[in-house]
Design a protein around this ligand. Sequence first.
Ligand code: PLP
Length: 351
Amino acid sequence: MFSIENIIRKKIRSLVPYSSARSEFSGEAKIYLDANENSLGSIFNDYNRYPDPMQVELKQAISSLKKIAPGNIFLGNGSDECIDLLYRCFCEPGVDNVIICPPTYGMYQVSAEINDVALKSVPLTPAFRLDEQALIAAIDNRTKLVWICSPNNPTGNTLEKDVILRLLRSFNGIVVVDEAYIDFSTGGSYVTLLEEYPNLVVLQTFSKAWGLAGLRLGMAFASAEIISVMNKVKPPYNINQVTQELVLEAIGRAAEAEKAIGVLIEEREKLRTALDSLEAVVEVYPSDANFLLVKTTDNRGLYDFLLRRGIVVRDRGNVLHCAGCLRITIGTPEENKMIVAAIKNYLTQTV
Ligand SMILES: *Cc1c(COP(=O)(O)O)cnc(C)c1O
């Protein structure tokens, strides 16, 4: 049986979190002389006050948007902060281990190394599917987290739900489903399963579909127990004032974000068709994300060729099962035409 008591780090269980001025007093007062802020104000706007450490208003808006109670929401300085916090809350350095399924998002490994947590790799099959037997076999009694990225970066595909559900049922640690690209996909989010699976953590972000990568706001959805552990460990003011205000405003304009997502999905399929017909392209893989993984005749040559023309893509040729591959983010309609035109010239290049 999954129990938070069995997987939380000892130090974290007994940790008395930092109590900030803003968490000790959170009501309305006439004069605030409790946080050593600058009472004269700031040079511009009103940034002299510390932001809400629990982001109450913003979480309320996200709660309505996602139909998830505020107590099941954690906000991070990008989902990258959520990834790091999951290690710090649940993985004993030098003792515990986690499982990743490469090729996948690089931060799971980097964060494991930073936190001195052992990493077990259970590669996807060459068809980019989960290897269920190997996954189950890799789990031992020190395995705390299994990282599942779906839709997966850099392969673009959605991973098999039946396998993930069986894993959620059989594994006594946490299954993290990273849904950074979920808004570009037709598959449903795992957030609807939170009540059923106390060991499920779902990650989403404002960086991709919402176009707000510069503001740094990531979300973790999980049981109230898991969320409260993350709250205990996070830096008190991890989401800055500007981000809290601007994301709130963006949520009020969700219809515009929806429209942009529709355009990107349409462009993705147009770009797929256009790339498919090019001689330098061997295969364009199916994608539920805002990028295409493209197998080419010569990833390095094509990468350099594009770079000389001012177009930068991601070379994934050295990544497991991705020999010859470039990962191409969907651009504006204009940009997509330009990259197709450039690749068309590749095999007849003179420079
Ligand atoms: C881009 C990306 C993230 C990072 O999101 P931030 O919220 O910008 O930190 C997380 N996971 C995956 C799979 C990504 O591709």
